[in-house]
Design a protein around this ligand. Structure first.
Ligand code: GTP
Ligand code: MG
Length: 238
């Protein structure tokens, strides 16, 4: 991993937490409860990647795989405007696909690879990576099959990140159990598959009103830092 670049989040505190931003050649998992800001984080990055390098971006495009139908073009336009980009152009620089099932999601990842080969894409978003898998393979009796499929999907994404020097960002909804999540044993609702699969994991949690707190988990055995940010009309801000 000699060629690593970073996409700024556009938020100073988050960038400091991430040593400059979200890395290419890596899979970054954004985990947190509903409303924590995972989808907003993805929207922001889909704009930030387009900025020139001196503004924190990579002058590149994004692919956005949306499994929950929560992608909002108007929100992209809003964030783009706040960053001095033409909203229409910013939207054109995002390849968007809605995934209708876990199988479809995996096919879209393969299609993403083909697009990445041909175009200047430096960000691949999968929001949410686990929703379809959880819905289609519910309960303990299906856990093994779910884990197996999810493992394959994450392995595919890791290969794409690695082969094409792309930043892959995936989201994972987890229940709000700060004492557990932000204390010791990490037990996301998706099992430990993502914990082992993703290169980095960022945990978001809600604070007062539009304030959110992010934490990065390299490993439960390493010191942990926190960053505070806001969700505003401009997107994510300090
Ligand atoms: P789930 O997908 O349900 O797990 O949640 P999430 O973590 O993806 O949350 P999301 O990113 O959707 O964050 C939702 C928060 O962002 C809400 O508290 C909204 O108030 C805020 N938000 C979303 N869109 C806008 C917007 O256009 N303007 C502003 N100011 N805030 C927004
Ligand atoms: Mg979401």
């Amino acid at each position: 991993r000699v060629n690593i670049k970073r996409i700024s989040t556009g938020v100073r505190s988050l960038d400091e937490l991430l040593n400059g931003g979200v890395e290419t050649s890596a899979v970054t998992e954004v985990a947190g409860e509903f409303g924590a800001g995972k989808t907003q984080f993805c929207h922001q990055l889909a704009v930030m990647v387009q900025l020139p390098e001196d503004k924190g971006g990579l002058s590149a495009k994004a692919i956005y795989i949306d499994t929950e139908n929560t992608f909002r073009p108007e929100r992209i336009a809003q964030i783009a405007r706040a960053r001095g980009l033409d909203p229409d152009q910013a939207l054109k620089n995002i390849y968007y696909a809605r995934a209708y099932s876990s199988d479809h999601q995996m096919i879209l990842a393969e299609q993403a690879r083909r697009i990445i080969k041909q175009d200047n894409v430096k960000l691949l978003v999968v929001d949410s990576i686990v929703a379809h898998f959880r819905a289609e393979f519910p309960g303990r009796e299906n856990l093994a099959e779910r884990q197996q499929k999810l493992n394959k999907h994450i392995a595919d994404l890791l290969k794409i990140a690695d082969a094409y020097d792309v930043a892959v960002v995936v989201t994972n909804q987890v229940m709000a159990q700060p004492d557990v999540f932000f204390g010791n044993p990490l037990k996301p609702a998706g099992g430990n598959v993502l914990a082992h699969g993703a290169t980095y994991r960022i945990w978001l949690r809600k604070s007062k009103e539009n304030i959110r707190i992010a934490k990065i988990f390299d490993s439960p055995y390493h010191p942990e830092r926190e960053a505070t940010f806001k969700i505003t009309e401009e997107g994510l801000t300090d």
